[in-house]
Ligand binder design. Structure first.
Ligand code: FES
Length: 145
């Protein structure tokens, strides 16, 4: 059911933990399954993501996607990180079963939420970034109709 990469990131998650005094922190949940993901970003003066950590209270696919998402945004600029979608995270994991696609949305939204927090703290505007939802379940519902 799961690819080797998903199993690897689930069993050996990269960048798990938290960052003290992070530049931005984002927490997103999915009320439907009850899973929660939090992303911490350490962003330098050149707007490069120097460090990133995550904490996920959720299913194996949510852990694997958070782990992969942190790997993908580390060392990137804010704009590059904005371009990393849940699709990109899934592709990097060689795919997820269809019922687990929503788990990867959690990772994308948590990164956006952390970037939003950073932008608010620094009073800047990040191109293309909209106020993130704290519950991605609402968004899924909208998409279904
Ligand atoms: Fe909800 Fe995976 S089942 S995030």
């Amino acid at each position: 059911m799961y690819t080797e990469k998903v199993m690897d990131h689930f069993q050996h998650p990269r960048n798990m933990g938290e960052i003290e005094n992070a530049s931005g922190v984002g927490t997103v949940g999915n009320a439907k399954c009850g899973d929660i993901m939090r992303i911490y970003l350490d962003i330098d003066d050149d707007q490069i993501i120097r460090d990133v950590k995550f904490k996920t209270f959720g299913c194996g696919a949510a852990v694997a996607t958070s782990s992969m998402a942190t790997e993908l945004v580390k060392g990137k600029s804010i704009q590059e990180a904005m371009a990393i979608t849940n699709k990109a995270v899934m592709e990097a994991l060689d795919g997820l079963p269809p019922v687990k696609v929503h788990c990867s949305l959690l990772a994308e939204e948590a990164i956006h939420a952390a970037l939003w927090d950073y932008a608010e703290k620094h009073q800047i505007k990040i191109e293309g970034l909209e106020k993130p939802k704290s519950d991605i379940h609402e968004e899924e519902e909208e998409e279904e109709y």
